[in-house]
Design a protein around this ligand. Sequence first.
Ligand code: TXD
Length: 321
Amino acid sequence: YDTPIPCQSPRVSVIGAGNVGRTLAQRIAEKNLADVVLLDIVNGLPQGIALDLMEAQGIELHDSEIIGTNNYEDTAGSDIVVITAGLARKPGMSRDDLMNVNAKIVVEAATKCLQYSPEAIFIVITNPLDVMTYLVWQSTGLPPQRVMGMAGVLDSSRLQTFIAMELGVSTADVHAMVLGGHGDLMLPLPRYCTVSGVPITELMDEITINRLVERTRNGGAEIVKLLQTGGAYYAPASSACIMVETILRNQSRLLPAAAYLKGEYGLQDVYLGVPCRLGCRGVESILEVRLTDAERLDLHTSAASVRQNVHLALDSLKVLM
Ligand code: TXD
């Protein structure tokens, strides 16, 4: 019984214990994926949520430990860091309005986490997503493989839901693909959306498809309008959890994620939603699907908008420093 071998469970730190962060912590724990460190700037908040979640452990029957903290030291040794800290959109507020405030929060969170978890893979959730992911990559100096953003899984899942609802089929049989930036310029690709392998272009007319695509583009705003007090969080947390799972279990699932492009799709030095093979090293590879000229143009327009915002955010950070 005198075994000196330490038992180390996988550890995921979730920065920001708001709606997305706490729901993600719950999903990770209840799926028994890892121990979770939930960190927030507000005193007592992550501690209270962590304790509440731990008190459900005997009923939910999971073994994950959930620690709530305001101290970055407690995140030490994380395999994955998920950044949700920041402000959420209020009605009438665009994702880009949040940019300058969130830029500072995200850069600080990422650099502090890296100090205690030098091997971690970073998943960024804070909006505006593609811009924040770029800032995390740049400020940490990590190889781009280890920094990615969550948006494509969510946007694709929304389109998947709308297709299933429209056709009256199980969402389990629907696969949808949404690329590009997370915002008004996202690029849903109906040609690559299928129901049990059948492209939806064979199952619906163009007007219906366009309606579903538009609803997907406005998916975030639709929820903000209904909730009034914040944005979506159940589907975003599920989406991030799938990414965490595929990395921890080295599953090599092909998921859309914001990844750093080095020439793929004719784009350089920008983070944008593309199909990624995710595994234990992070983004293992990027898949280049064939795009029509119009789709390629849309993707490049989306990239140009992200780039412009990255420059604005970098300028705002310089002013603050
Ligand atoms: O698809 C996607 N990527 C998204 C992105 C889907 C949903 C939400 N999306 C964005 O995630 C949203 O626009 C926000 O930028 C973040 C977090 O959304 P959430 O709904 O969780 O926001 P909350 O509930 O306001 O929680 C934010 C928490 C809150 O508890 C703050 O106290 C905390 O972040 N916060 C901080 N924590 C640590 N350190 C600092 N500096 C800090 N500042 C705020």
